[in-house]
Write a protein that binds this ligand. Structure first.
Ligand SMILES: *Cc1c(COP(=O)(O)O)cnc(C)c1O
Length: 355
């Protein structure tokens, strides 16, 4: 594995108080960089002081969005050590995004070591209050100075870190989601299974519209038949119907979430039946009508588990589980956050120690 050089920042920023952190507003003292060139491949992995990039205005990423990213966290345990959650899964998913977006793949061990080493250097930035963490954002941009539409020959891989507040500072309040019938996020054959910025650019309009109607997230339908449930905003989605858990199958247009995968593994270990299959919006609204929809929740790194208390679709509106968090969502939240923050044992070997 290539050696990661370190250039320390000469001055250090003041750290914000945990109470004002929010999400992605503050950045730490250092960042990771690595370049790609045709001759050298990926080279010069290094940690340097955090600061702006110099980019040619014709850089490919600015025009054709050849860009991918990842999202993960470093957690402070009660004993004061710092740990990551399944970082090798992020490395693997980043390479799957690379493949789809014609970006040269990374050494997955180097990816994990870069994240670990940066988190170790920034350990003081991992906040201490309950539910807070250090959000880690690895990303790759195409840097060729050229307006021709083709795969770039040069890339920049960077990792930045941001201390983030507790998602549930005011307690776990179930969210209202709106089934989007007009805009679509992804289609099979497209880039829905990758974490690429372009997927988000096209999703903003529906999100804004839903917010104006008092909903916090959009529930996407498949792009072809506009019938099947896909995911919510930046989360995968799960439903408990008549004692069984169902979640959309990974058909190519759904992002394969690491929280999703971990939830499925956890629930199966409890003996709960979990089905990954196609689910229509009609099936869900029928289940709400006949009282068999017991719980609904989103899964993702930022919120971990986000219970869904209300769903809107066209002119229909339905409350789920009395608008309260249900027992499976609560247990998933407790066990996953317990493992991530090191409050309970890690029987699956999911955590990786930073220091
Ligand atoms: C990142 C992401 C998720 C959740 O993935 P996790 O690995 O669980 O954080 C779900 N949907 C979309 C569109 C995403 O970008």
């Amino acid at each position: 594995m290539q050696e990661i050089k370190v250039e320390l920042a000469k001055t250090r920023k003041d750290k914000p108080a945990d109470a004002v952190l929010g999400f992605g507003k503050y950045f730490t003292d250092h960042m990771f960089l690595m370049n790609y060139g045709l001759e050298q491949g990926w080279h010069s992995p290094r940690i340097v002081p955090y600061g702006p990039f110099e980019l040619d205005p014709s850089s490919m990423v600015l025009h054709y969005a050849q860009e991918i990213f990842e999202g993960m966290k470093a957690y402070r345990t009660p004993g004061g050590s710092i740990q990551l959650f399944r970082p090798e899964e992020n490395a693997r998913r980043m390479n799957s995004s690379c493949e789809r977006m014609c970006i040269p793949k990374l050494d997955e061990d180097l990816f994990v070591e870069a994240v670990r080493k940066l988190a170790e250097l920034e350990a003081d930035w991992v906040p201490r209050s309950e539910g807070t963490s250090l959000y880690i954002r690895p990303f790759i941009i195409a840097t060729d100075a050229s307006l021709g539409v083709h795969a770039s020959h040069t890339y920049l891989f960077s990792i930045i870190c941001s201390p983030v507040g507790s998602y549930y500072a005011e307690g776990i309040n179930p969210v209202k989601i709106f089934v989007e019938s007009e805009d679509v996020r992804a289609v099979r054959g497209g880039t829905g299974f990758t974490k690429c910025g372009g997927n988000y650019a096209g999703s903003i309009r529906a999100g804004e519209r839903a917010e104006r109607q008092g909903y916090s997230q959009v529930l996407w339908l498949d792009g072809v038949e506009r019938k099947y449930i896909e995911e919510v905003g930046s989360m995968n989605v799960m439903f408990k119907v008549a004692g069984k858990v169902v979640t959309p199958a990974l058909t190519g247009s759904v992002l394969p979430g690491i929280t999703r995968k971990s939830c499925i593994e956890l629930m199966r270990s409890w003996g709960l039946e979990v089905e990954e299959r196609l689910i229509t919006a009609q099936e869900l609204f029928d289940a709400m009508e006949n009282g068999t929809l017991e719980e609904a929740w989103g899964t993702g790194t930022a919120a971990v588990i986000s219970p869904i208390g209300e769903m809107g679709w066209e002119d229909k509106k339905r409350v789920i589980n009395g608008g309260k968090i249900g027992p499976v969502s609560q247990r998933l939240y407790d066990e996953l956050t317990g493992i991530q923050w090191g409050r309970i044992g890690d029987p699956f070997g999911w955590t990786v120690k930073v220091k």
